[in-house]
Design a protein around this ligand. Structure first.
Ligand code: HEM
Length: 222
């Protein structure tokens, strides 16, 4: 693992260093670290960037996995989503700018975030917020244990609102990458549905642990 991480990060660094001139406008976090973090070792800079990559891609990828799992379990909703995507995209590949015309897709994304919140708890200085509890509260959500994307098609929700649930936290420390997560997650889920018909092996529906903190792995058959 250490060897692979080192190889990937070296490649990223070398590529970015080619474009980076000290004193010029900083375009990304790595530019900032190269310019300002002169007292840091290369390994420390590497780990800071690596941590960011893991934290931000892990959450988004896990959401895409759970969405695909739920769709694989639910052929009717999967077909409905496929048809809606087809109506908007025709034979074209789904793109980011088409998302606002496919409300069912953003509904799938948000319902997956609600039910399979990748960040279950947000630790604060004095209190800890149980985001999982907020998203499963039966006083706020009807049948919270069920995966029902249509709940977000209700007129009371703005389809493009990123904070329908507590999945991205809130207030001053709200997730800085919520928009990016949505612009990566929604098109990815849509493209999975455009290209494949998803299903689970017989009897596999209940074979996934959706509660344990180590349950980020789902396995599909397409
Ligand atoms: C589905 C995907 C994601 C989920 C569920 C998620 C969730 C969260 C949550 C719950 C927090 C803590 C908010 C708080 O402390 O109140 C957070 C913070 C943060 N997220 Fe995300 N995140 C996701 C994807 C991303 C992506 C793709 C990026 C970057 C491109 C990102 C960047 C950040 C940053 C920088 C913070 C720290 C904000 C701060 O402390 O000021 N996140 N995220």
């Amino acid at each position: 693992m250490d060897f692979r991480r080192d190889a990937v990060m070296r490649a990223v660094f070398n590529e970015q260093k080619k474009q980076f001139t000290p004193g010029q406008e900083q375009k990304c976090y790595l530019d900032y670290l190269l310019e300002e973090g002169k007292s840091l070792t290369e390994k420390q800079v590497q780990m800071l960037v690596w941590e960011t990559v893991i934290e931000t891609s892990g959450t988004t990828v896990v959401t895409m996995e759970w969405a695909t799992y739920e769709l694989a379990k639910d052929p009717i909703r999967q077909e409905r989503l496929f048809q809606e995507i087809r109506k908007v995209c025709g034979t074209m590949k789904l793109r980011e700018d088409m998302l606002n015309r496919i409300p069912s897709l953003t509904a799938v994304f948000h319902e997956t975030l609600r039910k399979h919140n990748p960040v279950a708890v947000v630790p604060l200085r004095y209190i800890t917020i149980n985001l999982y509890g907020c998203n499963m509260d039966n006083k706020k959500w009807e049948n919270p244990d069920q995966w029902l994307p249509e709940r977000f098609l209700d007129k009371k929700y703005d389809p493009m609102d990123l904070h329908k649930t507590m999945a991205f936290g809130g207030g001053k420390r709200v997730c800085a990458g919520a928009l990016q997560a949505s612009f990566i997650g929604c098109p990815a889920i849509g493209r999975f549905v455009q290209e494949f018909e998803w299903s689970l092996n017989d009897g596999e529906e209940d074979n996934v642990d959706t509660v344990s903190p180590l349950s980020n792995c789902t396995h599909f058959k397409s």
